[in-house]
Design a protein around this ligand. Structure first.
Ligand SMILES: Nc1ncnc2c1ncn2[C@@H]1O[C@H](COP(=O)(O)OP(=O)(O)O)[C@@H](O)[C@H]1O
Ligand SMILES: [Mg+2]
Length: 407
């Protein structure tokens, strides 16, 4: 006899386990919806804070004194003044300053305006792992913000139907992203396909653009096997080439493209692995997560092997592991980090993303620690989190620069 989940009586009828799951799902979903509304009302639109002279100087290597003099002489962008009379710049103005100095000092142009030039190729970075919660999205968004603040031109593409990255950018998948406005529009096989340019949107970060996701992205997983079965040659590029070809349409507009992948190894993730020039596999240093990553690597090896055998090249500039949500006081975690470094040596990025309440709190408000203002969490907590994220992102930027042949 089948075991029966203990039933309760609802208005005189017996509730079986299916009803119960449905009821629980409804309750939970309602509660979450309420919580979300309170934390982040749908009409909230995001904007980026302004930056003080000392921060601008650190980001651009323009001395504070030059910034002051320029403003007094009416050169370059004019910052707004705070109540305490301090100068405050928008990121747009910071980028204006970068252009200004690059033009004034052509010999040092690259130190002010770091855009890629000449033979330096577009970097497409995929952040992947099918373990949910390995901080793929957190890593992608922090890297996107970091690179934009450093003056790079960045395109972030949300490949996850759950669209948490889009939500972090203030594009709420339920409200702000309509039909045929996700990356799916640029990948689809039918006559509704759109040029990728049409689905790129500006964000409130100057220099950082977004292609949002929502549940529609799943369609690619449904279409692809049909097309493969039909072997319809009229439908253009094979599935794993489509994302790459779409990205190539806007190649000249960006230095770095960031791909936030879903926690699965579907056709779209394969397309991301194929398009990537660099791979970052995020891993939380816990036994279950590492076991899951091992599965991920085995499956990924099989699948990309198939792509390679189809004659495509799978050459990458790098494939690195990033330790995430790292509790540096946790002994078992320390052992796993040591194990990873022992096995994969330099392929494990040296800095780790520490577990931090500042990152968690920022995430709840759909922000990165680069957006938090002093006072929202304790100064020491914010400083530690910021340093950890800066170190991680600087290490990834170093890999990008290496692949450009800069030292
Ligand atoms: N370094 C960190 N410290 C604290 N919380 C983190 C950190 N990195 C990620 N998180 C939290 O862990 C959860 C999962 O992260 P997320 O980036 O969404 O993972 P994934 O995209 O791999 O599913 C989120 O709630 C996020 O805020
Ligand atoms: Mg995610």
């Amino acid at each position: 006899m089948a075991t029966e989940v203990k039933s309760v009586l609802v208005e005189g009828t017996r509730e079986d386990s299916v009803d119960k799951i449905v009821r629980h799902a409804g309750m939970l979903s309602n509660q979450l919806q309420n919580l979300r509304q309170r934390m982040y009302p749908p009409e909230a639109s995001k904007s980026l804070r302004r930056f003080m002279t000392n921060e601008v100087s650190r980001l651009t290597s323009i001395p504070e004194s030059s910034l002051r003099t320029m403003d007094l002489e009416g050169k370059g962008p004019s910052p707004s003044r705070l109540e305490n009379n301090h100068r405050a710049y928008t990121l747009e103005q910071i980028n204006e300053l970068r252009h200004y100095f690059a033009t004034q000092k052509p010999n040092e142009a690259k130190s002010f305006l770091p855009h890629r030039t000449g033979k330096e190729h577009l970097q497409v970075l995929a952040v992947a792992n099918f373990k949910g919660g390995s901080a793929k999205t957190t890593t992608s968004v922090h890297l996107a913000h970091y690179l934009a603040l450093q003056g790079y031109r960045v395109l972030a593409i949300d490949l996850d139907p759950q669209a948490s990255m889009s939500a972090m950018f203030g594009a709420q998948p339920e409200f702000d992203v309509a039909e045929n406005e996700t990356v799916y529009a640029a990948l689809r096989y039918d006559e509704y396909r759109r040029p990728i340019k049409d689905v790129i949107r500006k964000t409130y970060f100057d220099g950082l653009d977004l292609i949002p996701g929502n549940i529609e992205v799943m369609e690619f997983e449904h279409d692809t096997p049909r097309v493969l079965a039909a072997r319809d040659r009229d439908q253009g590029a094979i599935f794993f080439e489509r994302l790459n070809l779409a990205i190539r349409e806007v190649e000249d507009d960006y230095d770095v493209v960031l791909l936030d992948t879903p926690p699965s190894l579907g056709y779209l993730t394969l397309g991301a692995l194929y398009a990537a020039t660099g791979l970052i596999i995020t891993v939380h240093p816990a036994m279950l997560d590492v076991a899951s990553m091992s599965q991920f690597l085995l499956m990924m090896g099989d699948l990309v092997g198939v792509i390679r055998d189809a004659g495509a090249t799978m050459e990458k500039d790098f494939l690195h592991y990033l330790v995430t949500r790292h509790d540096i006081n946790d002994q078992p975690q320390a052992q796993i980090v040591a194990l990873l470094r022992h096995l994969f040596a330099d392929d494990v990025i040296m800095p780790t993303a520490i577990q931090s309440t500042a990152i968690e709190a920022a995430g709840l408000g759909k922000r990165t620690i680069y957006e938090l203002e002093a006072g929202e969490v304790s100064r020491a907590t914010l400083k530690r989190a910021r340093e950890s994220m800066d170190d991680v992102n600087a290490a990834i930027l170093a890999l990008i620069q290496q692949s450009w042949g800069r030292t």
